[in-house]
Every structure is written in structure tokens, then in C-alpha cells.
Design a protein around this ligand. Structure first.
Ligand SMILES: Nc1nc2c(ncn2[C@@H]2O[C@H](COP(=O)(O)OP(=O)(O)O)[C@@H](O)[C@H]2O)c(=O)[nH]1
Ligand SMILES: [Mg+2]
Length: 208
């Protein structure tokens, strides 16, 4: 690592369907969220690349883990969206195995950004993601997305309620976010870049 990792250097690196194909990594940040929550739009805004992550009106099609390289062996990781009603049980079971093991076991994973539609936060599968990941002690940052669809009072209320619900969990932070209005984009980018900078400083030994 020669320079500070910056999100706008992101370039597509690889897609993997199983854990044994994960690339060697020094540090990575994973983006997770329910299908259609606005994950791809958030990745595109934060990396300032309009088409880096595929945005779609027909959610739930990809079951791949996509790696975007920010710097040598430093990645932003786009996890498969979840909660799509039409997913067959076998696909759901495969998703659960892949995601739970990735979140619990991936040493190079530094933190998770969890995208939740501000109008429907903390669905059961969002809580499942938190249950898998928070025991690692690594930080989670929640983006309450599509905040442009809420009034100012609804925004304040939603933020307060989600914070209250998660008050017992250590290492979880929450903010309002909109890919449309760019609300919260600078704060989110600074936080993510801070995680990576810290990980790169603390870790002279590469982790797999
Ligand atoms: N109003 C609004 N719509 C958004 C926002 N982010 C995403 N969308 C829309 O929500 C839909 C799903 O977005 P996408 O990024 O593909 O979600 P993903 O399935 O989580 O990757 C698309 O139609 C987007 O245009 C946002 O901040 N505000
Ligand atoms: Mg997407």
C-alpha cells in the first residue's frame, strides 16, 4: 500500500460464486443489503462510477460476490442482495451458507456497510446479517437509503428509531443516505476510507 485507499479508484476485479474462489486480499469492505434497497446505487455514488455496480429494477438476480479493487489487494465487495420473494429455497440456503461463512470467517474483511431502505429498515434478514457479523467485533455502518423519499420529520424519526433498536449492539453506526440527492455520501465515503486506512496501518502482515 503506497497511498491512502480511495473509493474513486474502484475497478471491477472479479466475481465469485463460492468461498474457495475468494481472491487474496489485504483488506476489504463488504456492502450488503436487501435486494432493491439501493446497494448498487450507493456503490456507484460512493465510488463516483456510474456503472460500476449494476443497478436494476428487477432485483434479486445475482448470487455472486463482486470484488472491486481500490488499490493493490484492497477491495470493496458487493454481496448478493437478499429478501427477494421469488428466490427458490435451494438458492436461499446456498445464499445463507455463503454469506454467513463469508461474514464470520473472512479475515481480510474490515467492516460491513449495510444498506436498508429508510422506509423499511431492519427486516428479519437485515437482523440476520447483523447477527452473523457483529460477533466478529468488526464495525457495521448502516446507510438508511432512499432518504429523499422521507420528509424531514420522518427522516429524524427513522434515524432515532433505528439507533434505539440497535443501541445494545457495539460497533454499529447509522446514518441517513440518498443516492439521488447525495445526502450523506461524503460522510459515508470518509468513514469507509477511514476503516481501510486504519486496517492498512494496523496490518503489516497480509491477511487472507
Ligand atoms: N428515490 C431513490 N431511489 C433510489 C435510490 N437509490 C436507489 N434507488 C432506486 O431503487 C431501485 C433499486 O436500486 P439498486 O441500486 O439497483 O438497488 P440494489 O438492488 O440494492 O442494488 C432503482 O430503481 C434505483 O433507481 C435513492 O437514494 N433514492
Ligand atoms: Mg444491485
Amino acid at each position: 500500500m503506497t497511498a491512502k485507499p480511495v473509493l474513486n479508484r474502484a475497478q471491477f476485479h472479479t466475481s465469485v460464486a463460492q468461498l474457495r474462489d475468494l481472491p487474496y486480499s489485504r483488506a476489504e469492505i463488504a456492502f450488503a443489503g436487501r435486494s432493491n434497497a439501493g446497494k448498487s446505487s450507493a456503490i456507484n455514488l460512493l465510488t463516483r462510477k456510474n456503472r460500476l455496480a449494476f443497478t436494476s429494477k428487477t432485483p434479486g438476480r445475482t448470487q455472486l460476490i463482486n470484488f472491486f479493487e481500490l488499490d493493490a489487494d484492497i477491495y470493496l465487495v458487493d454481496l448478493p442482495g437478499y429478501g427477494y420473494a421469488k428466490v427458490p429455497p435451494a438458492v436461499k440456503a446456498k445464499w445463507e451458507g455463503l454469506l454467513s461463512r463469508y461474514l464470520q470467517e473472512r479475515a481480510a474483511l474490515v467492516g460491513m456497510v449495510l444498506i436498508m431502505d429508510a422506509r423499511h429498515p431492519l427486516t428479519p434478514l437485515d437482523r440476520q446479517m447483523l447477527d452473523w457479523f457483529t460477533p466478529t467485533g468488526k464495525p457495521v455502518h448502516i446507510l438508511l437509503s432512499k432518504a429523499d423519499k422521507l420528509s424531514n420529520s420522518e427522516k429524524a424519526l427513522t434515524l432515532r428509531q433505528v439507533k434505539q433498536e440497535l443501541a445494545a449492539l457495539e460497533g454499529v453506526s447509522v446514518q441517513l443516505f440518498s443516492s439521488l440527492s447525495r445526502l450523506g455520501a461524503e460522510d459515508a465515503a470518509a468513514l469507509i476510507e477511514g476503516w481501510l486506512a486504519q486496517a492498512c496501518q494496523q496490518d503489516p502482515q497480509p491477511a487472507q
